[in-house]
Design a protein around this ligand. Structure first.
Ligand SMILES: [Zn+2]
Ligand SMILES: [Zn+2]
Length: 175
């Protein structure tokens, strides 16, 4: 959603209250695609503090499914979104980038709420997600989820069914 900032910029003290919603069904970034558990709005307040300086504050929660780092089962992760940014609209887009202001979600006089929310989610992205502290992960050989019981890989080197097949191959060779 593109929010026109020109109205709030006309007078000091002007405010706008909005609700922004993640777009699409999943959060998409370099790490992959993570479906939203449920979409709830994040409230956004834009205040023209003084002299073309905007305070842009938001509060809300975003819940996504992130695969467990060990067993890959989806884990519900809720990120608390809370931010309070100050943007000097007297500066040009380029000048703000140079000042290491991370408000690249503003272009000209428009605020891209999707980009703003995306950046705020990414900042809070967890380093590692586990379904539980002691997740046993998956077997590297057969891919079985070891939380649901052990597989045969660690008990026998060769599955008895595989042994039959290897016998067949042996016989075939001898013919
Ligand atoms: Zn796990
Ligand atoms: Zn296995």
């Amino acid at each position: 959603m593109l929010i026109d900032l020109s109205r709030v910029l006309t007078h000091e003290g002007k405010q706008e209250h909005l609700e922004i919603m993640p777009e699409g069904q999943a959060f998409v970034c370099e790490l992959g695609e993570f479906p939203y558990v449920e979409k709830t709005p994040v409230s956004l307040v834009i205040i023209h503090e003084e002299n073309q300086i905007l305070k842009i504050a938001g509060e809300g929660k975003v819940s996504v499914w992130i695969p467990c780092a060990r067993c890959l089962e989806p884990v519900k992760v809720t990120l608390d979104i809370e931010f309070d940014n100050e943007v000097d609209m007297k500066l040009s887009d380029e000048e703000r980038v140079e000042a290491l202001d991370e408000s690249s979600y503003i272009q000209e006089k428009e605020l891209n709420s999707e980009k703003l929310l995306h950046d705020e989610i990414l900042i809070r992205w967890p380093m590692q997600v586990l379904c539980k502290e002691n997740c046993k992960g998956i077997c590297s050989r057969c891919g079985a989820n070891l939380n649901q019981g052990s597989c045969d890989c660690d008990t026998a080197d060769l599955d008895p069914r595989m042994a039959v097949i290897s016998d067949i191959f042996k016989n075939f060779k001898e013919v």
